[in-house]
Write a protein that binds this ligand. Structure first.
Ligand SMILES: CC(=O)SCCNC(=O)CCNC(=O)[C@H](O)C(C)(C)COP(=O)(O)OP(=O)(O)OC[C@H]1O[C@@H](n2cnc3c(N)ncnc32)[C@H](O)[C@@H]1OP(=O)(O)O
Ligand SMILES: O=C([O-])CC(=O)C(=O)O
Length: 383
């Protein structure tokens, strides 16, 4: 039996070392391998950040070119994966985008003949998954909307190519910049639930695909990545700027945990949310549709007033403003959490590589609270 007491949700428990990402909850600061995210957004591309997360340094031009070529090589969806996505879209169970991505990641692992366990293979598989998650998200979005699949282009960056594959036309410069920034901001976040899940999976010396598949399952939940869809769905139910204040107050009065608010680590503010809010404001104004942005601002004010009145040092999180931003890029709500996968797959794989590099199986203990010494009763004598 354990000598120490369990802590609900493992709050504040240090579960390992990592040099990939620092989340400073008190200062509201997020650092990728030494670089503050505010120094990366608008300066580095998502591809440069992927390299940083995987290799621990920003790439020079030839290193970036090599990664870029590897990502582009993997953009096209193989015919069998396409058939799998189409089959899921047609299925009467109506699987969600996250269920589709989870299945695609798992399938990609099953049909990858290279089962070798070394860093080169793991890097190749990581690049394959980054491209596949983007292309599969776009394909799912198109097929789900009853439209034809749009093949990828190799003359566009990762963000621009995704928006092109999804909407069938090139997005404008601000939308591409905002999407690239969103990908950077969602890329990694230390030992969040899905990343920790990925690390647990591969710490048994299971493969990269299994790590990513289990991470997608963890990200899907409404307390984690699923919250970004829930924010816009909540606003869509209220459906008017005038009704937003009363609608949000009503949810709080009914004890609902309002999606887009609260965080296990951040106490001052979530630095990603501040950046996304800025881009959401600019892009929705540019598109001339500010309704969801305005409603989100009202939700922010009402919930933060509620937290303050209760003495809770909680703020809004990364999921609050991404909804109005993605909506302004013509991205449907059911793709919001898959977009999170598209980005976070870079962080998951960085953690998987780090775990393999210094591995020990992850196996904590439980504080057993059940009975002991019960007397066995044969089934024929049980009541
Ligand atoms: C990418 C990400 O994963 S970011 C998080 C995305 N998730 C969401 O936005 C869903 C809404 N938020 C939540 O459910 C939580 O805040 C979590 C899951 C993010 C964090 O959970 P925990 O660290 O366990 O916080 P916990 O649930 O203990 O909250 C502390 C207190 O604040 C309250 N609280 C926390 N979040 C919210 C919220 N969104 N709305 C209303 N009250 C809240 C809790 O009810 C609790 O109150 P109590 O002490 O009176 O019981
Ligand atoms: O860190 C967390 O617990 C959740 C989060 O914000 C993320 O994964 O981006």
């Amino acid at each position: 039996m354990s000598e120490t007491k369990a802590k609900a949700g493992l709050q504040d428990i240090v579960a390992g070392e990592s040099s990939i990402c620092l989340v400073d909850g008190k200062q509201g600061r997020l650092v990728y391998h030494g670089y503050d995210i505010n120094d990366l957004v608008g300066k580095a591309s998502f591809e440069e950040v992927i390299y940083l997360l995987w290799h621990g340094k920003l790439p020079n031009q030839s290193e970036l070119n090599e990664l870029d070529a590897e990502l582009k090589k993997n953009r096209e969806i193989p015919a069998d994966v396409m058939a799998l996505i189409q089959g899921l879209v047609n299925n009467p169970a109506n699987p969600s985008g996250m269920e589709v991505l989870r299945t695609v990641a798992s399938y990609a692992g099953a049909v990858d003949a290279d089962k070798s366990m070394n860093r080169d293979t793991h890097l190749k598989q990581s690049a394959k998954l980054v491209s596949l998650m983007a292309s599969a998200t776009a394909a799912y979005g198109r097929l789900k909307a009853g439209k034809d699949y749009v093949a990828p282009r190799t003359d566009l960056g990762h963000a621009a190519n995704f928006l092109y594959m999804l909407n069938g036309q090139e997005a404008d410069e601000l939308a591409v910049e905002a999407f690239d920034v969103a990908l950077i901001l969602h890329a990694d976040h230390e030992f969040n639930a899905s990343t920790f899940t990925a690390r647990c999976t591969v710490a048994t010396l299971s493969d990269v695909y299994s790590g990513v598949t289990s991470a997608i399952g963890a990200l899907k939940g409404p307390l984690h990545g699923g919250a970004n869809e829930d924010v816009l769905r909540m606003l869509m139910k209220i459906d008017s700027v005038e009704g937003a204040e009363a609608g949000i107050k009503d949810l709080l009065a009914n004890g609902v945990k309002v999606p887009g608010f609260g965080h296990r680590v951040y106490r001052s503010y979530d630095p990603r949310g501040l950046v996304l809010k800025r881009y959401a404001k600019d892009l929705t104004a540019k598109k001339g549709n500010t309704k969801w942005y305005e409603m989100t601002e009202i939700a922010e004010r009402v919930v933060l007033e509620y937290f303050a009145a209760k003495g809770k040092d909680l703020k809004y999180n990364v999921d609050l403003y991404s909804g109005s931003l993605y909506n302004a890029m013509d991205i449907p709500v059911e793709l919001f959490t898959p977009l999170f996968v598209m980005s976070r797959v870079s962080g998951w794989t960085a953690h998987i590589l780090e775990q393999y590099a210094n591995n020990r199986i992850i196996r904590p203990v439980a504080d057993y609270v059940g009975p002991v010494d019960l007397k066995f009763v044969p089934i024929s004598e049980r009541a």
